[in-house]
Design a binder for this molecule. Sequence first.
Ligand SMILES: *Cc1c(COP(=O)(O)O)cnc(C)c1O
Length: 219
Amino acid sequence: MISDRLEKIRKSLPPHVTLVAVSKTKPTTAIQEAYDVGQRDFGENKVQEMVEKADQLPKDIRWHLIGHLQSNKVKYIAPFVHLIHSVDSIKLLSEINKQGLKLGRIIDCLLQFHIAQEETKFGFELSEVLELLDSTDYNNHTNIRICGVMGMASFTEDETQVRAEFKTLHANFIQLKNVYFKNADFFDTISMGMSGDFQMAIEEGSTLVRVGSTIFGGR
Ligand SMILES: *Cc1c(COP(=O)(O)O)cnc(C)c1O
């Protein structure tokens, strides 16, 4: 049962780690079941699916957008999204800021890093992020708040490689913290780890794990 699987994972997590239950492709009944045993953070990777589910479910759910986000769709989630994990361009960040401005809302975001070997995964290189954080465009944004970093490791059985990728993301976080966010207590999130690798991600410094199939079953 969903509640049993959730409970088991929760018990295994250190108190500083947030569990986001990734409910993509799963029905609202499954989300409600998790909600009923206290789960409040849920992750979706598609805008339309998140909007439809948010509409039907309790309003105190914290919705996390974890999939690639197109700029023209930001407006649909801007009024309610809790955290956008997948910011991968300055263009997207500017659009989030614009929508936040319209709503009088500061929207929390993570910068997605490309840490995997696969070409297909989205995300910044460190040099691009340094450039972004130095840019006047970024520094004029009043309605976004960068709360940390996100990354997806390679889809591989090679634990040494996955661990090295998590270490890279952690090191990037530390560098950004030291250079740009030293006194910013909101810059505190390292979103890494999924069903197959979240224990290792926590060992490597994750503060937020995104777990889907281990809670809700396979997709
Ligand atoms: C689907 C997804 C997850 C959860 O994956 P599981 O292997 O089912 O735990 C985590 N992060 C992102 C970005 C995803 O798209």
